[in-house]
Design a protein around this ligand. Structure first.
Ligand SMILES: [Fe+2]
Length: 242
């Protein structure tokens, strides 16, 4: 599997506390079937250099201990009016250097703001991947807002924890509904540690196979994330619209 969203870099945000925890997360991810993973620390205005340095360091450490996990650079960008420019200036990073930035928004805000910011990114030539939309209050209240985002060409990344009910029943119901209706492009771990919010996707794979189909699991956990990392296009899904 390919995990596009994981806070594995040591001591950068609320993810791995030190390199020992990063390596423990890497080992766990590998044991549970993840072979490629994007390191996506929270970033806002800058950080490309620090992330690239931390990636190099982690790759060296992985090689030292013989863990064959492929780690790519990325960020979870808290989007604002400057995001498109900062991406163009190389101060913020997309997922693995593709045209796909991973962006997040406040859990509660005026719903017109995400639409405006996504529009700016699309007009600048990016194809935003929106992190965990099922967790946003305004989307839970009005999922139809997602139609505009998808019509612009944005993609939705759902969290594995949403399916297990970790973020509450509304979030859980919406996550299943987004898969059933064709709105979800990717499911990622949003892993934060070795012993909490882990970087594992195997149970989510089983759950999607069981509740939907093996083909759906392949699309959401392998094919689409791999296409994004390679900067390939993602075909427009057939939606059962809200
Ligand atoms: Fe995250």
């Amino acid at each position: 599997m390919v995990d596009l969203h994981c806070h594995i870099l040591p001591d950068m945000d609320d993810g791995a506390r030190d390199v020992r925890e990063s390596l423990a997360m890497a080992q766990l991810a590998l044991e549970r079937g993840t072979t490629q993973l994007v390191a996506t620390p929270h970033c806002h205005t800058d950080g490309a250099e620090a992330v690239n340095r931390a990636i190099e360091f982690l790759r060296e450490q992985l090689q030292c201990v013989g863990l064959p996990l492929a780690v790519f650079p990325g960020m979870e960008i808290f989007a604002d009016e400057n995001t498109a420019r900062l991406l163009q200036d190389g101060k913020l990073l997309t997922l693995g250097g593709s045209r796909y930035p991973l962006v997040e928004f406040a859990f509660e805000c005026d719903e017109r703001l995400p639409r405006r910011l996504l529009r700016q990114l699309v007009e600048a030539g990016y194809r935003p991947v929106v992190a965990h939309p099922e967790r946003y209050t305004y989307i839970q209240q009005e999922p139809r807002l997602l139609n505009d985002w998808l019509d612009m060409g944005c993609l939705l990344q759902l969290n594995k924890g949403s399916f297990s009910g970790q973020f509450g029943p509304r979030c859980q119901a919406l996550a299943f509904s987004l898969v059933a209706r064709g709105y979800a492009a990717v499911i990622s771990s949003d892993g934060h540690g070795f012993d909490r919010r882990t970087p594992t996707l195997d149970r989510t794979w089983d759950l999607i196979c069981q509740d939907f189909s093996p083909r759906a699991a392949e699309m959401l956990l392998q094919e689409n994330p791999r296409r994004i990392l390679r900067n390939f296009p993602i075909p427009a899904p057939r939606l059962h619209r809200f």
